[in-house]
Design a protein around this ligand. Sequence first.
Ligand SMILES: NC(=[NH2+])NCCC[C@H](N)C(=O)O
Length: 282
Amino acid sequence: MEKHRSSPAAAPATRSPGRRTYLMCRPAYYAVEYAINPWMDTTAPVDATLACAQWEALADAYTALGHEVITIEPEPGLPDMVYSANGAFVVDGIAYGASFRYPERRPEADAHEKWYRTSGWTFAEPEFINEGEGDFTYLPGRELILAGWGFRTDARAHAEAADVFGRPVVSLRLIDPRYYHLDTALAPLDDERIAYYPEAFAPGSRLLLERLFPDAVIADAEDAAGFGLNFVSDGRNVVLNAEATGFAEKLRDAGYETVPVDLSELKKGGGSVKCCTAELRR
Ligand SMILES: NC(=[NH2+])NCCC[C@H](N)C(=O)O
């Protein structure tokens, strides 16, 4: 195990676990008013007060780890805006804007665009449908962008992202509707290493992941269903859905610290830790 971990001594200053900056959106108007993924059930009750308390605990977990949490103002009528990861994908100080698949979420893109533009980020307007960090992630140690398609993001947005960032983009096809965004099935553990749930990917994409990441932490069906893959790692500490206890153990065996957070109410919208967190990379 030890040989796979990035050695802090050999790491350049920008490497993990440095201080991260996360953009979050308070679930002030959170509800399950429509169903655009298999987790959403409009007939099941949602405890809005509890959702806010759970969200606060997530923000507190980040600050306790020394990270910076910035918030974007929630907007009435946008119940999914709490999933701030979907608003853009940010690398090298450039925010590549989102363009949502479903009309219910489209106005969120404008809210995020306004926020990024007024907060000093270079904003790249998208031509193709893409759901921001929901379907994109970045591994600084490999200088690779990983991108998902199959349910939400248009594969043409992967080429668009390569053009925006000047970085290689690895396209991965998602095949299980429960894992409709890349960040529900795969996440970076540190600058080089990832964890993922192989069954969420098409055979060619699985092969690709095996070739690129032979040292990955592999999740099983239970880990994925507990939203274990929807985690945020700073390279050492992995903040993850409390339900994913078995997966947390795998991560600890692989040498990471785990910080469980209960996000049961936000799971009803089909999201957890990562969905509620956009990483702003300067
Ligand atoms: N980054 C994420 N996976 N976000 C979850 C988004 C959940 C939202 N209800 C949707 O289906 O669009």
